[in-house]
Write a protein that binds this ligand. Sequence first.
Ligand code: NZQ
Ligand code: ZN
Length: 394
Amino acid sequence: MVDFKLYTPTEVVFGKDSEAQLIPLIRKYGGTKVLIHYGGGSVLRSGLLLKVKDALTEAGIPFVELGGVVPNPRLSLARKGIALCREKGVDLILAVGGGSVIDSAKVIGYGLKYDGDVWDIYDGKYKPEGSAPVGVILTIPASGSEMSDSAVITKDEGMIKRGYNSDWCRPKFAIMNPERTYTLPAYQTAAGVTDIMMHTMERYFSHDDDMLLTDAIAEALMRTVKECGEKLLKDPENYQLRAQIMWAGSLAHNNLTGCGTTSDFATHRIEHELSSTYNATHGAGLAAIWPHWAKYVLSESPGRFAQFAVNVVGVPNDFKSAEKTALAGIEAMVDFYHRIGMPTSIPELIGRPATEEEIAEMAFKATRSRTVTLGRMKVLDYDDVVEIYRLSNV
Ligand code: NZQ
Ligand code: ZN
C-alpha cells in the first residue's frame, strides 16, 4: 500500500431538486459576475440553459454566456473565454454540460490567474498557482471532471490533446440531477459507462494491490456501473439506475478508488491520440484500446487480472491457472462492450483500420516525441504503444 493524499473539496448537491441550490452555491463561492459555459446545444433543447439564466436574472447576478464547446474541447474557445471573462469582469465560471464543457471552464479558470498563454501549463513551461472558481451543473456522467483535478484540452494547431492535473482546478461545487441525463443518446450513455469503469480500472490494475479496503470499494463501484449501465440502455428513464451511474462517475475519478494504489492510465494516454486524431468519443476509444492493452500487459500480474475477472466480471475461478481466468475476464469485458454498443478495435471505432503512418504519429505524440513512457503496471515505450495500436487495428 503506497502513501496517499485524498483531497476532494467539491461540494456535491445531488438529486431531483439539486438545481434549486444554484444561487446559494454561486454566492457561497464568491460569484458576483458569472460566465455560463456550455456545449453544442443539448442544454438549449432541454431548457436547462434557460432555467439557469432565469435563476441568475431573478437573483440579480449578472452573467455572460459562451456556448459552442465541442467534444474533445479546443484551446481556441477557452482562449476566447479567458478574453471574454477579463473584458466583462467575470469572477466565477459555471460549466453547464459534460466533461468537455467542464474542462474548457477549468482552462478558462487557469487562464484568468495567469498573464501568459494558458497552453504554457500544458507545455510544462508554467505551473499554475491558482484558478478562478469553477462550478458545475453536470449533464452527462462520464469524465468525472466535476470532482477531478484534471483538465483535458486540445490545441487546435496540430490537434495536440493534453491533460494537466492540479488541485487548483477541482470545481467548487457540482450540481447533479440524474433526470438531466435522460436525454442522453445511448452511445453517449455507453461511452460514459465505459469511461467511469475505466477511471477505476486505471487505478485498480496496479502492482500495489494490497489495499483491501480500496479494492473492495473499487470492485463494488465497477460491478455497480457494469450492471446498472447495461440495464439502463434498455430503460433510459430509470431514475435509480441513472442515479447510481451518476454518483459512480464522480467517485470513480475523485481518487477515492486510488487510495493506496499506484495508478496506470496508459489506456487513457493511448486513447487520447485516437480522440484527437479521429475526433472519436473518449469512452468509445477506451473500449477500443483496453482489451488489447490488458492482453499485452497481463503477464505482469495475472493474479490481479484474475481477481478482476472473478470479483468484477463474474468469471468462475478455476483455481488452476490465473492466466486462464484473467483471459476469460478480458473476453467477458469484450462481450460487455459489444452488448452496450461500444467498439473493441480501431476499425470498429473509426470505420476503417488506421494506417501505419497514423499509428506511428499517434505513438509519437502519446510518448511526447519518444521522450516519456506510459503506464506503471507495465512501463510502455514508443514501440510498445505502436504494438498496442496494431493489436487494436485488426
Ligand atoms: O455539446 P452538447 O450539445 O451539450 O452535447 C453533448 C456532447 O455531444 C452531449 N450531451 C451532454 N449531456 C447531454 C448530452 N446530450 C443529450 N442530453 C444530455 N443531458 O454528449 C456529448 C458528449 O459530451 P462531452 O462533454 O464531450 O462528454 P464527456 O463528459 O464524456 O467528456 C469528454 C471529455 O472529457 C475528457 C475527455 O478526454 C473528453 O475530452 N476527460 C476529462 C477528464 C477529467 N477532466 O477529469 C477525465 C477523462 O478521462 C477524460 O479524459
Ligand atoms: Zn476517461
